[in-house]
Design a protein around this ligand. Structure first.
Ligand code: FMN
Length: 170
């Protein structure tokens, strides 16, 4: 599978099989995350993988009751231990974590797995479930598992709406 094929196959999976992810697959998924680039190579990401059924249920409640994530084999709580802001004014934590998470998504595709980004959640609730300290930002949750649904055609803007060359032409 080429990288572009993996990108094309990734979709937001909202129905999962009741089937665990093999430990070696989890290892390779987090190796993909570990190899991601980060600002100043700070590697400020920290991941908590949750497979316990009761905890997944509580995380689903914390995710605005998006209960489908409780059916995923794993929920990844993606955190950052950095509050560093780059000269451009952007915080590195969410950017670095997002890059690593997309590596996770693409490696999951390669392994026949599916994912869903989850940004709609209450971080304080997630913190309470997982014992995440106050100085650590909970950036995103991600559901991971074997899909029980079928990929949908992606709805995307045509390239001319998002790309120009040499100067701003939108
Ligand atoms: C940062 C981020 C947060 C998201 N949060 C949620 C979410 O809380 N619940 C959900 O079902 N999908 C969530 N999504 C998935 C998007 O809705 C989805 O990526 C988008 O509609 C495009 O569809 P596709 O991923 O199937 O291509 C999120 C995606 C991103 C990138």
């Amino acid at each position: 599978m080429t990288v572009l094929e993996a990108i094309g196959k990734r979709y937001s999976c909202r129905a999962y099989q009741d089937r665990p992810v093999e430990p070696e697959k989890l290892d390779s998924i987090f190796e993909a995350a570990r190899l991601a680039p980060s600002a100043k190579n700070m590697q400020d990401w920290r991941f908590v993988v949750v497979t316990d059924k009761a905890k997944k249920g509580r995380l689903a409640e914390a995710a605005s009751n998006q209960m489908f994530i409780a059916d995923a084999a794993a929920i990844i709580a993606a955190c950052s231990n950095s509050d560093h802001v780059m000269r451009c004014g952007q915080a590195i934590g969410p950017i670095d974590v997002a890059i690593a998470l997309e590596h996770i998504c693409l490696q999951a595709v390669e392994l026949g797995l599916a994912t869903c980004w989850i940004g709609s959640f209450y971080p304080e609730m997630v913190r309470a479930v997982l014992g995440i300290p106050d100085n650590i930002a909970v950036i995103e949750l991600m559901a991971l598992g074997y899909p029980a649904d079928k990929p949908k055609e992606p709805r995307r803007e045509p390239i001319e709406n998002i790309l120009c060359y040499e100067k701003w032409q939108f």
